[in-house]
Design a binder for this molecule. Sequence first.
Ligand code: PLP
Length: 444
Amino acid sequence: MSAKPSHLFYQGRERKPVLDQARGVYMWDVDGKRYLDGSSGAMVCNIGHSNENVLEAMRRQMEKSTFGYRLHFETEASEKLASKTAALTPEGLNRVFFVSGGSEAVESAIKLARQYALAVGQGSRWKVISRSPSYHGCTLGALAITGYAPLTKPFEPMMQMMPKVPAPRAYLDGLDPDDIATGHHYAHMLEAQILAEGPESVLAFIVEPVGGASTGALVPPRGYMERVQEICRQYGVLFILDEVMTGAGRTGKFLASEHWNLEPDIMVMSKGFAAGYMPLGGMAAHERLVEPVLDAGGFLHGFTYAGNPLACAAGLAVIDEIERLGLVRNAALMGEKLLTRLRELMDRHAIIGDVRGMGLLTAFEFMSDRATKAPLPKELRAFDRFVQIAYVKGLIVYSRRTRDGVEGDHVLVCPPMIVNETHLDEITEMLDAALAQFTAEIRP
Ligand code: PLP
């Protein structure tokens, strides 16, 4: 732990160990302590740390140029990454706009949607419906469509908060997620909201295909995703998929939308796309949206670092490595094995009330009573305390409160997609020990 006073600040006063180096799935602090990166940072480092081919591609790019302002130059790296992204995203999403992170990508998507509506004479449409809980970013636009009260409340007077519909948490509502009626039940909440708002005022619906930090790897019930897409089409509402966390192989397909053959109007990506090697995000939009905006005078939006050649070179090399090493398939295979291990932990530890996930986006949720699904008392700050216990044992996991941000705690276990079974054993052993210690602390 660093003892020196610091000029840096992030969320709180707590000081963290100082990172020295990272290789593959492991990270070391300056005192030589080793950590297994069981959350890929914040579900970012999908291909593991210090991948030599990515570093080499970055070195090559650095020797050529590290910056070219988008109003002065196009770059080979951004052109190539745009083509690659268009090829990997669903049919028609062939116009790509680069940014430096997920919040910027979400901002870009909602601004493009609004400008499109204006360009085609639908200026009455401005509301972006999202779900609660959800997380779409921390900038004020992205926060207005985020359903997570502790983060949004202080800023609400400064934002135009957008309408929310409940996320489909069948496990809490006692509904069968494999029954298509369950999926349709939640999807129809979107339809009801669109009708209540007045369809002519609704611009878009944005959704994380598999929930991330907000709902803790919530997998939608059968039929839900297909039905919400249909409802959007029916009411002329743009369908935006936030694949910031689920993209780049995390759920066992390159994009989570592939699990349901979805065809969104806009898709946003970040995190795994450059896998932590550089800050990079992007939006892939249907040309049917982009062309009218360009015809009407251009897209009124852009960031200084958009399309940064070094970030794009890193992104291209990351996708090459995902393909070369077969990491999407590995995420699907290892994800199944990880879910089995988490279910075994649930058999041994009564404080786990639910296990869920897809590919290597997996989570468990703490409950004080499985029958009533009651959460652990808020005062225990389980999400904080459990992460700390695991951390001391050398395992990094990611945790959040889950139920609208006021109660309930989940722990995301999302190691890099290069993991093998030995790594999974190591993760399981450390989780087992951390769960035993945590239970002993709260139920002495
Ligand atoms: N969207 C989703 C689904 C996310 O999980 C996140 C970050 O966790 C964001 C958007 C915001 O991304 P960033 O933190 O890169 O701004």
